[in-house]
Design a protein around this ligand. Structure first.
Ligand code: GLV
Length: 312
């Protein structure tokens, strides 16, 4: 008998048999609650909350191997108290997510979705010198709120577009600064000076709701807000209101506070590009995310340190 493990059923087709060697897998569909039992590992999707109650139901658990780089769906403190390791899937999704942030930046700057909808609707009346005018990125300021792996990857992509880069980070990033000319600054400066403000911080108590009525008021009325990080960094009602009132140039969002529900006012707001949380959705990234999550399980069950520990 192998080690009893719970793995999100949605990952089954991304995994090869040899990656699952020695595991007695129960495939857990996203719409089913976390069961109780003598499972030693769980590999959840980011949509599954793993908190104190779930951990109590799994007394033999050694590891929560989250299949995501974010881990705000796991009560890390409760896990630590119970001696359960928590891992995530960094690096393999950095390029995919940075590419998607840029897809949103370009889509917002050049009204790509509005243009597509116009053509598809059959109501386009022909070339017009003032049709769907956007902004040029050259010489504009990109603000990166957070400059970890993904934030830096978004920043590096800004260099050939000729953008000036400001970033926030707890510690300076000299190599990133050398490669991109980026300048470290406080959030207040990013709010004031950014033409594009892109969010790249985790959802933690200090960052939840950081984009709110007050911070939105400090942004340029032409600025574009990009969020490929976590939905609850943004107060959605305040964002919708800023867009409705013409106090913000646009918003490109891939994440929402209460997924898959999207605030109705945000869905109706003008100048938005709204995607269904597909930042890491490339075949390569998703296969590697599943592989790393299971490799973390295998390492811990062998008694080795996990490959990509959040802690433990
Ligand atoms: C996706 O949102 C992730 O955290 O991997």
């Amino acid at each position: 008998m192998g080690h009893r493990v719970l793995i999100a059923a949605e990952l089954q087709r991304l995994l090869e048999a040899d990656q699952l060697a020695g595991l007695d897998v129960t495939w857990l569909p996203a719409d089913q609650p976390t069961p109780s039992g003598d499972y030693v590992a769980i590999v959840p999707l980011l949509s599954r909350w793993v908190g104190g109650t779930e951990l109590k139901r799994l007394p033999k658990l050694k590891i929560v191997a989250n299949c995501a780089v974010g881990h705000d769906n796991v009560d890390v403190v409760a896990a630590e108290i119970r001696g359960v390791k928590v891992t995530n899937t960094p690096d393999v999704l950095t390029d995919a997510t940075a590419d998607l942030a840029w897809a949103l930046i370009l889509a917002c700057a050049r009204q790509v979705v509005a243009g597509c909808e116009l053509v598809k609707s059959g109501t386009w009346t022909g070339w017009d010198p003032e049709l769907l005018l956007g902004i040029e990125l050259r010489g504009r300021t990109l603000g990166l709120f957070g400059a970890g792996r993904i934030g830096q990857a978004v920043g590096r992509r800004a260099v050939p577009f000729g953008m000036r880069i400001l970033y926030t980070a707890r510690n300076p990033r000299p190599e990133f600064e050398r490669a991109t000319g980026a300048v470290r600054a406080e959030l207040s400066r990013l709010l004031r000076e950014s033409d594009v403000l892109s969010l790249h911080v985790p959802s933690v108590p200090e960052t939840k709701g950081i984009i709110n009525a007050d911070t939105l008021r400090q942004m340029k009325p032409s600025a574009i807000l990009i969020n490929t990080a976590r939905g609850d960094l943004v107060r959605e009602e305040a964002l919708a209101q800023a867009l409705e009132q013409g106090r913000l140039g646009g918003a490109g969002l891939d994440v929402y506070t209460d997924e898959p529900t999207v605030h109705p006012r945000l869905r109706a707001a003008p100048r938005t590009v709204l995607l269904p949380h597909i930042g890491s959705a490339t075949a390569e990234a998703r296969r590697q995310m599943a592989a790393i999550a299971v490799a973390n399980v295998q390492a811990v069950l062998r008694g080795d340190p996990p490959l990509t520990a959040v802690f433990g």
